[in-house]
Design a protein around this ligand. Structure first.
Ligand SMILES: [Zn+2]
Length: 379
């Protein structure tokens, strides 16, 4: 984490700034806080990769960064079975597309935003030197809008960021140009002892699950060899996982996600992909993958045997890196396990710490029984 992070910078906060070192046991809350707060929209993952590298190094035998920027840690196991754990490190964000003469910034999206919820949020734009400049996504005052216009949501092409500059020259001098990355950035907070919220729980929650799983095997060699992939560019089309899987050639893969929790008013139960407080979600199918039913069955059996609560994620919503992984080379057996998170793909998402802990337990059990799972899923 660098000093330019938004922790406590724009809001009066009561929490402290976390600095997990990677040595010893990593506290979940500090891990989620530092990962969620770190800047890393799709294609601009360098800062979050740096933090993850520091955290994963003490837990694995080997770490490499590939040509695209995927961070891959290898933990040797007793057998040659290659088990890939994947979580994407990118978050949805923005890219500056055009600078107006008067210094306002136009932008396009990196990943799946609902344009209706972007207006009036605070944005952080990263300069060429790595500094974060704060701006506001401006809107016309309601006073001057006609009744008809007030009913209409803003479209992306009408939006702009106001960073307090008065000319394009001034913006240029700050080091902001076409292509500069940005995020809507609110700092991680504990709502209470159980609920936490942060800007990038999709999918820094998955990254944190992998770190906790690796920690469980730190002093105990796993049966399978673990390839932990922290992928780039999931939010713009599963790009990093595709090439990482090609290199890793996994026998078995598990994507860890922060997934759509929609147990909120106005959403009928049949359209709630998952709910908070019911444990990890096991995916059966989404838009990117139909999970091998034997694998779904086995994952459920493991959860039952370990007394871990779980829920099936209601299909067919969403898509994950497992979609790309299972189609790599000659194909790979791949499943998805997720921490349910409300409000993902918005400026703030919320998860329950008990769901997170149960997901770590089930993912750890999955790794422990990797060879057994493979055997039971043979076609
Ligand atoms: Zn995700």
């Amino acid at each position: 984490m660098d000093g330019s992070l938004p922790v406590g910078r724009y809001f009066i906060m009561t929490h402290h700034k976390a600095e997990p070192t990677g040595g010893g046991s990593i506290k979940t809350i500090e891990l989620l806080e530092s990962l969620s707060n770190t800047f890393g929209p799709s294609g601009f993952e360098d800062e979050v990769r740096g933090l993850l590298k520091k955290l994963v190094e003490p837990l694995v035998d080997e770490v490499q960064v590939d040509a695209l920027g995927n961070l891959i840690g290898v933990r040797q196991g007793k057998t040659k079975t290659r088990l890939m754990l994947d979580a994407h490190m990118d978050e949805i964000g923005f890219m500056i597309s055009y600078i107006e003469e008067k210094g306002f910034l136009r932008f396009t999206t990196l990943g799946g935003w609902d344009a209706r919820i972007i207006p009036s949020h605070a944005m952080l734009v990263r300069t060429e030197a790595g500094k974060k400049i704060k701006g506001i996504v401006g809107t016309p005052p309601p006073h001057i809008l006609s009744e008809e216009d007030r009913q209409k949501p803003y479209k992306l092409e009408h939006l702009f960021v106001d960073i307090g500059a008065t000319s394009a020259k001034e913006v240029e001098k700050l080091g902001i140009r076409t292509g500069s990355p940005a995020v809507i950035s609110y700092p991680f907070e504990k709502l209470n002892e159980m609920f936490v919220c942060g800007k990038a729980l999709d999918d820094r929650a998955g990254c944190a699950v992998i770190l906790k799983v690796l920690e469980a095997f730190k002093s105990k060699m796993p049966d399978v060899t673990i390839y932990a992939n922290f992928a780039i560019c999931e939010e713009v089309g599963l790009r990093g996982a595709r090439t990482a899987a090609y290199q890793i050639e996994p026998d078995l893969a598990l994507a860890l996600e922060g997934t759509v929790g929609a147990d909120v008013p106005e959403v009928p139960s049949a359209r709630q992909p998952s709910g908070l407080g019911k444990g990890p979600t096991i995916s059966v199918a989404d838009s990117s993958l139909i999970v091998n039913p034997k694998l779904v069955q086995k994952m459920s059996e493991i959860a039952k045997a370990e007394k871990i609560p779980y829920q099936y994620k209601i299909p067919p919503f969403g898509g994950t890196d497992a979609g790309a992984i299972h189609q790599s080379r000659g194909g790979a057996l791949a499943g998805v396990l997720s921490v349910p998170c409300r409000y993902i793909h918005s400026p703030f998402s919320i998860l329950r710490l008990d769901d997170f802990d149960e997901t770590v337990k089930l993912a750890t059990a999955f790794v422990k029984r990797g060879n057994e799972i493979l055997k039971s899923c043979k076609n």
